[in-house]
Design a protein around this ligand. Structure first.
Ligand code: PMP
Length: 406
């Protein structure tokens, strides 16, 4: 061995700042907001968390499909008939009848020609964006885009041009500067999940098309809920036919795990051979695709549930505003109502006070949040009763007063 060995440089040194922030937070005695355990799940809206009976207001179970009897039965049946997993890629031994059926359900749900299912929504963005926008192409995207979108951009090596959140003029300025003839992908989200605000898709897509761009819209937080048929914000704003690629997930309204892209592009099927995050990973288990297909088909006819979820969202937004909380949007725009906290310490204290009241919400902090905000993100479910929403408001009032936020 060499006598002049140098000391090992610890590759974990780059995490020292975040380790310190976490230690400081825990030293204040607060329950760790990032290691909560759901010991028992009683329904889409209730669980035993850290030993307490808790109302869930921080899941993405918007349509409450996780305990739907038909969904559960489909999963059990597929588990019995097809086994626990496929042990292979979609392009080899991993395409079962159920994968075809869930893609059929998606094509029908969106009334589109092609549907491709990935193992997660994260991989859907990673795969589609990196595969269609490569070296020499341009991606114009909202600066508040989800991590999976940013990672897809980085993986594909296109020129990445971000613009200010939901700012149509800023987007046009970026598009104007792109060299003539270059391929352009504009990436937008229907609902931005941190503040629960909606994109002005109609205007933005019109601008994108003026510059010859293709458009991808991530409808992760709107599928199943927003729009007459639950197809998302693009449907609601009447522009779904101008969207080239819709990305979505099974991990929110659908109530299981998985992701997808739907499209009318005539060459779309080639993606199954060239998209690495589709090819080089195992396909979803049969029970998962069976629950997803059943859920998606039920979501086609869930108008009453959508109406009740809107009612819940409006009531929570109005109630929290009346109590004096500061919210992420002035009007309710989705099933997410974000409560802005003064700082991380107060946010964590409020999060804990709510948990002690028997309410779980999401604590979100930078870098996931825009403008360095600490947020208590409340996401409503179609299965929350109107009475439960009133109970939730009472919990917020008591916790907010105890912590000194209102
Ligand atoms: N896109 C957006 C906008 C998301 O919020 C998320 C998940 N939070 C994803 C994609 C990834 O979805 P999945 O959980 O299926 O990986």
């Amino acid at each position: 061995m060499s006598e002049t060995m140098t000391a090992e440089r610890d590759l974990f040194a780059k995490f020292d700042d975040i380790i310190q922030i976490r230690e400081n937070l825990l030293a204040s005695g607060v329950e760790d907001p990032f290691s909560l355990v759901m010991e028992k799940v009683l329904s889409p809206t209730r669980a035993i968390c850290n030993g307490r009976d808790t109302i869930l207001l921080g899941t993405y179970n918007y349509m409450g499909m996780t305990f739907d009897p038909d969904v559960i039965a489909a999963g059990k049946d597929a588990l019995d008939r097809f086994g626990s997993g496929t042990t292979g890629s979609r392009v080899l031994n991993g395409t079962y009848q159920g994968h075809r059926e869930v893609e059929d359900a998606l094509r029908e749900f969106y009334a589109m020609d092609h549907a491709m299912v990935f193992s997660t929504g994260y991989q859907s963005n990673l795969g589609i964006i990196s595969t269609i926008a490569g070296k020499g192409d341009y991606i114009v995207l909202d600066i508040d885009s989800h991590a999976s979108i940013w990672d897809g951009c980085a993986m594909g090596k296109a020129e990445v041009v971000p613009f200010k959140h939901n700012d149509i003029e800023a987007m046009e300025k970026r598009l104007k500067r792109i060299p003539e003839g270059a391929g352009i992908l504009v990436v937008l989200e229907g609902v931005y999940s941190m503040l629960g605000d909606v994109a002005p898709l109609k205007e933005m897509i019109a601008v994108a098309k003026k510059y010859g761009a293709m458009v991808l819209v991530d409808e992760a937080h709107s599928m199943g809920f927003i729009g007459e048929h639950g197809r998302g914000v693009a449907e609601d704003q009447g522009v779904l036919d101008q969207v080239d690629f819709v990305i979505g997930t099974f991990s929110k309204s659908v109530g299981t795990v998985g992701g997808f892209c739907v499209s009318n592009h005539p060459k779309f099927e080639i993606m199954r051979l060239v998209c690495r995050p589709y090819v080089f990973t195992a396909s979803l288990p049969p029970s998962v695709v069976a629950t997803a297909a059943t859920s998606i088909r039920k979501l086609m006819h869930a108008g009453n549930k959508r109406a009740h979820l809107w009612e819940n969202s409006r009531r929570l937004h109005a109630g929290l505003t009346d109590l004096g909380f500061s919210l992420g949007t002035s009007e309710p725009q989705s099933a997410i109502v974000a409560v802005i906290m003064p700082d991380l310490e107060k946010g964590a204290a409020m999060w804990e006070a709510l948990l002690h009241e028997g309410l779980y919400v999401n604590l979100a902090r930078p870098p996931a949040t825009p403008a360095n905000m600490t947020l208590l993100r409340c996401s409503l479910c179609a299965e929350h009763s109107s009475e439960e929403v009133e109970t939730i408001l009472g919990m917020f009032e008591r916790a907010g007063k105890a912590v000194g936020i209102i």
